[in-house]
Write a protein that binds this ligand. Structure first.
Ligand SMILES: Nc1nc2c(ncn2[C@@H]2O[C@H](COP(=O)(O)OP(=O)(O)OP(=O)(O)O)[C@@H](O)[C@H]2O)c(=O)[nH]1
Ligand SMILES: [Mg+2]
Length: 280
């Protein structure tokens, strides 16, 4: 995971780089996190990629609510996107993605006698699984996952089995950090480093959201008979159940905060989607 400083100069450079790369590709694959399909989109993605056919990949679907992913697929399709539900851990969805790309290639090359290889690039905000998808598509470890984004000089193309070509470095886009709610969602999902946030507060915020959206799952996981009035009360009840207690019977907020974040991120609480279409 990379903690990039998105100062304005960096954003301008990234925008220019994406525009340059766009000239060379036939289609763009935009990877987003299926748990937060709004917050994990770059704020100006539509402006950046408007001129090319685009496939939106709802990645980490193994961690997201399956029903919600279906709803999102429909919604994003209604907005004119091609959409794939993906799990880069298991590879489920990759075959379907190839089939879709092949049909897009066919459409493009309908009337052509000599076909140039269909060229693709992957874009997305940090940590959504861009490198994992590159590796799934090439069938080998071409890209480092969870690694620093390297600025490659000169374009490298990875050859795919179906003769398509994939740009070796994904376009890493800045997230929606102007929107505090998106910032929280990105932090819950681990796209923003914990060190820059206060873990007990972040954990408490997550408990608040879960109590609202998935009360049953929260109660089951932490063996709560009922939910309390406030996120803080719930957090304390959870800490008691899990023995996150310091000497003098004080609540260990740091430990319960980290615990709930870890358990959410590894889907131990359940498969959870934090954003649905049309929500404010
Ligand atoms: N559960 C689950 N984890 C995934 C999936 N795809 C990727 N991951 C994990 O998410 C983390 C980030 O994946 P990367 O492929 O490195 O993400 P990235 O978009 O390349 O990240 P940056 O290069 O930092 O922008 C890694 O720990 C992956 O193992 C998925 O479909 N499901
Ligand atoms: Mg990467």
């Amino acid at each position: 995971m990379e903690n990039i400083n998105w100062y304005p100069g960096h954003m301008k450079k990234t925008r220019e780089l994406i525009k340059e790369n766009l000239k060379m590709v036939d289609a763009v694959i935009e990877v987003i996190d299926a748990r937060i399909p709004v917050s994990s989109r770059n704020p100006i993605i539509d402006e950046l990629v408007s001129s090319k056919p685009r496939v939106v990949v709802l990645n980490k679907s193994d961690l997201a609510d399956g029903e919600a992913s279906k709803v999102w697929k429909k919604e994003l399709e209604a907005q004119g996107n091609k959409v794939m539900i993906m799990n880069c851990m298991s590879g489920s969805g990759v075959k379907e993605l190839f089939r879709l790309l092949e049909s897009m290639e066919k459409e493009k090359n309908q009337d052509k006698v000599r076909m140039k290889p269909y060229r693709l690039m992957i874009v997305g905000v940090p940590n959504v699984g861009k490198s994992s998808l590159i590796n799934r598509m090439t069938g080998k470890k071409s890209a480092q996952t969870g690694d620093r984004p390297g600025v490659t000089k000169g374009k490298q193309w990875l050859k795919l089995k179906n003769n398509m070509q994939l740009l070796d470095t994904p376009g890493i886009l800045w997230p929606k950090f102007e929107d505090p709610k998106a910032g929280l969602n990105l932090a819950f999902c681990g796209s923003i480093k914990d060190e820059i946030l206060d873990v007990p507060t972040l954990g408490m915020e997550l408990i608040g959201v879960l109590a609202q959206k998935y009360p049953q799952l929260l109660m089951e996981r932490y063996k709560l008979d009922e939910l309390q009035e406030t996120p803080l009360d719930n957090m304390e009840a959870m800490a008691m159940k899990r023995g996150c207690i310091l000497p003098g019977k004080r609540i260990d907020y740091e430990r319960i905060g980290k615990l709930v974040l870890d358990e959410f991120r590894s889907s131990k609480i359940g498969r959870i989607t934090l954003e649905l279409p049309g929500e404010k």
